[in-house]
Design a protein around this ligand. Structure first.
Ligand SMILES: *[C@@H]1O[C@H](CO)[C@@H](O)[C@H](O)[C@H]1NC(C)=O
Ligand SMILES: *[C@@H]1O[C@H](CO)[C@@H](O)[C@H](O)[C@H]1NC(C)=O
Ligand SMILES: *[C@@H]1O[C@H](CO)[C@@H](O)[C@H](O)[C@H]1NC(C)=O
Ligand SMILES: *[C@@H]1O[C@H](CO)[C@@H](O)[C@H](O)[C@H]1NC(C)=O
Ligand SMILES: *[C@@H]1O[C@H](CO)[C@@H](O)[C@H](O)[C@H]1NC(C)=O
Ligand SMILES: *[C@@H]1O[C@H](CO)[C@@H](O)[C@H](O)[C@H]1NC(C)=O
Length: 338
């Protein structure tokens, strides 16, 4: 590297000062994105704690309950939150309401998982009607989880449905499901999210994603994938991130992170803050980060170390109420809690 000519140094200093003023400036930056979502539900009580303790931690804006098992043989879907509630998950209702009402945390239910479902497009379960499997599933979700009627989680009105980690089955069916959920007749918006692996486009969820109906896409930048952070190098990750943010402009894109250094793709907090977040925040549809999962996060203390760096703009000029009020996803998101 060549040392700058002496007469240029004052100019460089001026440029630096200007730059830091611009970076530090204005609370208006606080209107930017930057939420944290987290998966909860598949580990033991001890490993990941209760839903209420998750929501009172102050570290997250969205919790995704994992998961609802959906079958393709006509049986009703089944809620599976491991040992948190066994066969009596309606006892979670007060905790879900605590998250939503006391903490303004959105609660989503994850369907999907590598186990599923709905093998054929427009598969019809019931010979007596012409309702498709996708429509049937959508009305089941509305009836049981999205409209305050009594269901497997009590009388809850969840905020959204998440389609996660689909690694088998056909790639055609999920667009039908997403359209059917979106077509549900309800006064409230039903948020839709998806969790594809990081290679763009995703084979299984690609058609669903291209409907443009997903509000949030948490892209999994972990496990053995060519696009993960590896050996201190973020180049592949950033390249793939750009494909997602430009390829799916209507959705908020989240960086899906694993909170355990035992899993491939783990990004140490300080690397995330210095080498990754500054770049990905420049995307206009940057939404924040997704943490996989609460159990890992509890033992690594990951989200606590990164949360101040996740919002766009400078945390130090933001007031805490703004963070608590979940400004991250835009004013449209706030209306529903009113
Ligand atoms: C459908 O599949 C699930 C999971 O394998 C099973 O538990 C259930 O009994 C099946 N239902 C019918 C009607 O075969
Ligand atoms: C886990 O905690 C819930 C209450 O939060 C309790 O009902 C359940 O029995 C616990 N499970 C085990 C295996 O201890
Ligand atoms: C949640 O909010 C309600 C209403 O403000 C309050 O009565 C209740 O004590 C709160 N719950 C907890 C656990 O803080
Ligand atoms: C289902 O659709 C087919 C073809 O559109 C129609 O012939 C049939 O009558 C319909 N069945 C019912 C029960 O609506
Ligand atoms: C369906 O999607 C449209 C466009 O994003 C949205 O305005 C509408 O609220 C959605 N419907 C539901 C039930 O969420
Ligand atoms: C977790 O990280 C936060 C932020 O760095 C720190 O204040 C806190 O003490 C940590 N907690 C534990 C248990 O290490």
């Amino acid at each position: 590297m060549t040392f700058p000519k002496p007469e240029l140094i004052p100019l460089l200093l001026l440029a630096l000062v200007t730059l830091s003023f611009t970076t530090m400036s204005s609370a208006a930056d606080c209107a930017g994105a930057g939420a944290i979502s987290v998966y909860w539900g598949q580990k033991s009580n001890e490993t990941e704690g209760t839903l209420q303790s998750l929501c009172s931690s102050g570290n997250y804006n969205i919790v995704i309950l994992e998961s609802l098992l959906v079958y393709d043989n006509g049986s009703d879907p089944q809620i599976n939150l491991a040992e948190h509630c066994g066969n009596s998950c309606s006892k979670l209702q007060p905790e879900i309401e605590y998250c939503q009402k006391n903490k303004s945390i959105k609660v989503f239910l994850s369907i999907g998982q590598a186990r599923t479902v709905l093998k054929t497009k427009n598969h019809r379960h019931y010979s007596s009607s012409n309702i498709t499997a996708a429509e049937n599933l959508a009305s089941y979700l509305l009836e049981n989880f999205l409209s305050g009627n009594s269901g497997p989680l009590g009388s809850v009105t969840l905020d959204g449905i998440d389609i996660a980690d689909v690694q088998d089955g056909e790639n055609l069916k999920w667009d039908e499901v997403v359209r059917a959920i979106n077509a549900s007749t309800t006064a409230r918006k039903i948020y839709l999210s998806a969790s594809p692996e990081c290679v763009y486009p995703d084979y299984y969820l690609g058609t669903a994603i291209s409907t443009g109906l997903f509000d949030y896409i948490w892209v999994e930048f972990f496990y053995q994938n060519p696009c993960i952070y590896a050996n201190g190098d973020a180049a592949n990750l950033l390249k793939e991130w750009n494909k997602w943010t430009t390829g799916v402009p209507k959705s908020k894109i989240f960086l899906g992170l694993v909170a355990s250094d035992e899993v491939a793709g783990y990004i140490p907090p300080e690397d995330l803050i210095t080498k990754v977040l500054p770049t990905i925040k420049q995307s206009s549809n940057y939404g924040g980060v997704m943490i996989w999962d609460r159990g890992y996060d509890l033992s690594s203390n990951y989200s606590a170390q990164i949360k101040d760096s996740v919002p766009k703009g400078c945390r130090c000029v933001c007031d805490d109420d703004a963070w608590n009020g979940f400004y991250g996803l835009g004013s449209a998101s706030l209306g529903m809690f009113g």
